[in-house]
Design a protein around this ligand. Structure first.
Ligand SMILES: NC(=O)c1ccc[n+]([C@@H]2O[C@H](COP(=O)([O-])OP(=O)(O)OC[C@H]3O[C@@H](n4cnc5c(N)ncnc54)[C@H](O)[C@@H]3O)[C@@H](O)[C@H]2O)c1
Length: 253
C-alpha cells in the first residue's frame, strides 16, 4: 500500500470524481477526511467505507466559506491527524437549460459563487494545511483544474474557465513557494468525464465532444483518480508545478 499512515483531505468528496479519488486513496491505505455540502450522500459514503474497513471521516461544509473550511480542517485533523495530502477537487459549472451564460447575461452573484467555490476554496484549504506540512517537511497538494482552464471550450462559461486557469497559476506559484519544504503542488486537467456534472448539458453536446476526442470516448472518474494517485504517491516525488491533462486527447493543450 502506497499511502499507509497518510492522511488525506478531499473536497467535493462525494461527487463523481471526488468519490473515485476517495476510493483510490483508501485502497492505498490512507485515512481520508471527506468534505462536501451534500450531507445525506456524505454520511452514506462514510458509512459504506467504514463498513468496508476503511478509516474515513465526513464533515459537512460549504468550502466557499473560510470559517467552514477552518472548522472542517480542525475536525479532520482532530480525528485523523495532520493532513499529508490535500485534494482540492471541488468544482461547480452552472448552466441554464444546458447553456453556459455569456458575459452580458451573467448575474454577478453567479460569477462570485463560482469564484468562491472553484478558486477561493482552494486557497482556503491550502492556507489551512500548509503550516502542518511545512512543519513535517512533507506534503502533497493536488488541484483540480480542467482543460477548459487551458483552452477555449464552448460548453462552459467564462467564470468556470477563469477559475480553472487561475488554479494553474496558483499551482505553479505554490509549487515554487513550498518546494523547499518538500511539498509538491500539481494539478489535473480533466477533459469530459462521465459524472453528474455532465448532465448539465445535452447528450448531443457530450456526443460531439466524443467525436473531437482522440480516444473517441468520455473519461471515467477512475481514470482521473489514477492520475491523482500518481501525484499523491512517492512515484511523483520529483514532480511539482505540473498540470496533467486527463482528457483522452481532447483539445490537447
Ligand atoms: N466531470 C467533468 O467532465 C470534469 C471535467 C474537468 C474538470 N472537472 C472538475 O472535477 C471536479 C469534480 O467534478 P465532478 O464532475 O466530480 O463534479 P460533481 O458535481 O459530481 O461533484 C462535485 C461535488 O462537490 C460538492 N460541492 C459543490 N459545491 C460545494 C461547496 N460549496 N462546498 C462543498 N462541497 C461542494 C457537491 O456536493 C458534489 O458532491 C470539479 O472541480 C470539476 O470542475 C470535471
Amino acid at each position: 500500500m502506497r499511502l499507509a499512515n497518510k492522511v488525506a483531505l478531499v473536497t467535493g468528496a462525494v461527487g463523481g470524481i471526488g468519490s473515485a479519488i476517495v476510493h483510490a486513496l483508501v485502497a492505498e491505505g490512507a485515512r481520508v477526511g471527506l468534505v462536501d455540502l451534500n450531507a445525506e450522500a456524505g454520511k452514506k459514503f462514510q458509512d459504506e467505507l467504514s463498513a468496508a474497513g476503511h478509516t474515513v471521516f465526513y464533515v459537512n461544509a460549504n468550502v466557499a466559506n473560510f470559517a467552514e473550511c477552518e472548522s472542517a480542517h480542525a475536525a479532520i485533523k482532530d480525528k485523523l491527524g495532520d493532513i499529508d495530502i490535500l485534494v482540492n477537487n471541488v468544482g461547480i459549472s452552472p448552466k441554464h437549460d444546458g447553456r453556459a451564460l455569456k458575459v452580458w447575461e451573467m448575474p454577478p452573484e453567479e460569477w462570485d459563487k463560482v469564484v468562491s467555490v472553484n478558486l477561493n476554496s482552494v486557497f482556503y484549504m491550502s492556507r489551512l494545511v500548509t503550516p502542518g506540512m511545512i512543519q513535517k517537511r512533507e506534503g502533497r497538494i493536488i488541484n483540480m483544474s480542467s482543460v477548459a482552464g487551458k483552452a477555449y471550450c464552448d460548453i462552459v462559461a467564462a467564470h468556470y474557465a477563469a477559475t480553472k486557469a487561475a488554479l494553474i497559476g496558483a499551482t505553479r506559484h505554490w509549487a515554487a513557494e513550498l518546494g523547499e519544504y518538500n511539498i509538491t503542488v500539481n494539478g489535473l486537467a480533466p477533459g469530459r468525464i462521465n459524472t453528474p456534472l455532465l448532465k448539465s448539458v445535452s447528450q448531443e453536446t457530450n456526443d460531439a465532444v466524443k467525436q473531437v476526442t482522440a480516444l473517441k470516448r468520455l473519461g471515467t472518474p477512475e481514470e482521473v483518480a489514477d492520475a491523482c494517485m500518481f501525484f499523491a504517491s512517492d512515484q511523483a516525488r520529483f514532480v511539482t508545478g505540473q498540470i496533467l491533462d486527463v482528457a483522452g486527447g481532447w483539445l490537447m493543450t
